[in-house]
Ligand binder design. Sequence first.
Ligand code: ADP
Ligand code: 5GP
Length: 207
Amino acid sequence: MSESVSKRGKAIVVSAPSGGGKTTLCRRLMDELPGLSFSISHTTRAPRGQEKDGVDYHFVDEAEFKALIEQDAFLEWAQVHGNYYGSSLSAAKSQLESGINVLFDIDIQGGYQIKEKMPEALLIFIVPPSMQVLEERLRGRASDVEDVIQKRLEAARQEIEGAVNYSSWIINDDLEHALQTFAEVVTTGRVAEFNKDELKKRVLGDD
Ligand code: ADP
Ligand code: 5GP
C-alpha cells in the first residue's frame, strides 16, 4: 500500500482513550469536511444503543472475523477490550486510490500497524486535559457501570503512555478549540507539536 501514486488519498488515524472525545470530534469533523470518508470497521462486539450494521460497524461473529484474517482482508486488526476489531483492506484501498482521504477511528495497536504499512499516514491522538476530566466525562456519558469505568481509566493510562509515537496530540479541553485544531491538522497535515513528556505528566498527574 505504500507505493506513491499522485493524488492518492491520505490515511488519517484517530485514537484516544475511551471517553477522550473521539466519537464526538470525528462526527463533528465529518460534518465539517464532507469530502472525508469514514472507515467502517468490522467488530465481534455486540451493537450498542442505536448502532446499525454497515453504518457504525460491520458486526460479525468470531468465526467470520477469523476467516477474514485468514483471507488477509484487513489492513489492520487488533483485540481491544476483549473483542476483535479490524479495518477492511479492500474498502480503504479503493478509497485511497481514488484520492479520497479516509478517517480511521481505531486504537493505537491498529494505528501503528497502519503506519508500518503506510508511512505517510497521519497519526492523531486525542487526549483529555486530565484523568479527572476523563473520569467526569466517562461518568457523564452514563453508558458504563462502575467497574467498566475503572477498567477504562486504567486502560487510558496505558494508551496515553503508548501513544508517544503519534505525531499529533490534540488536547480535547474546549470542544470547539479542539475541533478547530483537528480540522487544521487533517486538512494541512500540520503536526500539532508540543512537549509530549510534559503533557503526559500533566494529563496523568505524575508531576
Ligand atoms: P470516545 O468516543 O473517545 O469514547 P465520546 O466522544 O463518547 O468519547 O466523549 C465522552 C463524553 O465526553 C461524551 O459524553 C461527550 O459528550 C463528552 N465530551 C467530549 N468532548 C468534550 C469536551 N471537549 N467538553 C466536554 N464534554 C465533552
Ligand atoms: P468501541 O467498542 O467503544 O466502539 O471501540 C473500542 C475501541 O476499539 C476504540 O478505541 C476504537 O477506536 C477501537 N476500534 C474501533 N474499530 C477498530 C478497528 O478497526 N481496529 C482497531 N485496531 N481498533 C478499532
